[in-house]
Design a protein around this ligand. Structure first.
Ligand code: PLP
Length: 401
């Protein structure tokens, strides 16, 4: 097989195999003890009271937004309300806002850390202080937003804060983990992320009410919020009721339940989470050193020990170079690349109905969306891989723009 530097890689170790086998031998495919164990471990790792496992990060976003809508303590969060969010992210964040019947409001980003520009957040809030109900920052590539400033605006304007921490497993903000800094947060365990399950997600919160709502929404809005049904053991809290709570639904929800085998794969990885973060940081440091001589062509990623890197993002700063040509050349040299998502309201076709409204208003997002791309920095890269990246960039620059 050709030697390649992939965006993400996976090695299913003995621990993961044993964990999956255990579930198979117990005949447990739907959510069971492994899912509960995963939820306990992930909540503990992040530093929240609760974690609710779901079948993807996209589902986690939708479940979280619907929980906020159903939360009686937050009357302003309802279909039609405005959600302040980032234009540069994987499209799932915006899709969830629209699918929850809400209106995304985009503000520009910092071009180096992809975090929300708090001056623009303040501007939109001042112009319409009652229309906005949620702020949904995205910790893209692991860079955590200015959560103190966000929580301050949330208090002043009465907003809920929902972190999209899909790409920030283990990132730190003032010593606390991303995802523990607001009302609730979402994670994806898709394949290239630090904890890799293929397809799985989670919502974390320390709020009892939100946790109960999320548990019910992910199970088609059923009345009961128990993690695992104990009815067969006679332990159901509704055991004396005339109705069966499993088939009584007082909310309209989704089936976002995850699979036990996926939780089984995730559990052993949580124990390795800090080592994974460190390995990725070391690779980012090494690549920054190797590519430093090209920093007049590319903005290299800012290095920080607080960032848990999803990948190694680069933004082309020399206008003579085209992203298409760079990505093609790197791919031919064996280095996988991905575009940095594009600015949703101006560059994503599904959101073209917003293009006119946002044209020219998000210059940093438009620039990063057009000129940003990323390569892998995952924990399985070895010296040979890092050298290949360096050689691929040297060959590209030798050819010229
Ligand atoms: C920032 C962000 N939000 C949401 C998601 C959606 O997660 P999933 O692909 O698990 O549905 C992703 C996926 O990578 C993401 O990167």
């Amino acid at each position: 097989m050709k030697f390649r530097v992939k965006i993400g890689d996976i090695r299913i170790g003995e621990e993961e195999k044993a964990s999956v086998l255990e579930s198979l031998e117990q005949g447990q495919l739907s959510e069971g003890p492994k899912t509960m164990q995963f939820e306990r471990l992930w909540a503990r790792y992040i530093g929240t009271k609760y974690c609710v496992a779901v079948n993807s990060g996209s589902s986690a976003l939708l479940a979280g937004l619907h929980a906020l809508i159903h939360d009686r303590r937050r009357p302003r969060v309802r279909p039609g309300c405005k959600v302040i969010t980032s234009p540069v992210t994987y499209v799932a964040t915006s899709n969830a806002i629209v699918l929850a019947g809400m209106e995304p409001v985009y503000v520009d980003i910092d071009p180096r850390t992809f975090t929300l520009d708090m001056n623009q957040v303040e501007d939109v809030l001042r112009k319409d202080p009652d229309g906005h109900a949620v702020i949904l920052p995205v910790h893209l590539m692991g860079y955590v937003n200015d959560m103190d400033a966000i929580n301050d605006r949330a208090r002043r304007y009465g907003l809920a804060v929902f972190e999209d921490a899909a790409q920030a497993h283990g990132s730190l903000y003032k010593g606390r983990r991303a995802g523990s800094l607001s009302d609730l947060a979402e994670y994806s365990f898709y394949i290239a992320h630090n904890i890799q399950v293929g397809e799985m997600g989670a919502v974390v919160t320390s709020d009892d009410g939100l946790c109960r709502l999320i548990r019910r929404i992910k199970a088609n809005g059923r009345l009961c919020a128990c993690r695992i049904c104990r009815r067969g053991e006679g332990k159901c809290p509704h055991r004396d009721a005339e109705f069966d709570p499993r088939f009584t639904h007082d909310l309209i929800g989704f089936n976002f339940k995850t699979a036990e085998l996926h939780a089984a794969i995730a559990i052993p990885q949580i124990g390795k989470a800090d080592a994974i973060v460190r390995a990725r940081q070391r690779n980012v440091q090494a690549l920054n050193e190797k590519l430093e001589s090209f920093s007049d062509i590319f903005h290299l990623p800012i290095y920080s020990e607080d960032v848990s890197y999803l990948a190694y993002p680069l933004v082309i700063r020399d206008p003579r170079w085209s992203r298409e040509r760079i990505m093609k050349s790197l791919e031919e040299s064996g280095v996988e690349t991905r575009p940095l998502f594009g600015s949703i309201p101006t560059q994503q076709p599904a959101f073209r109905y917003l293009k006119e409204r946002y044209e020219g208003r998000l210059p940093n997002a438009d620039f990063v969306g057009k000129n940003g791309f990323y390569i892998g920095c995952h924990q399985y890269l070895e010296t040979g891989h890092l050298d290949l990246v360096s050689e691929a960039f040297s060959a590209l620059v030798r050819e010229g723009p």
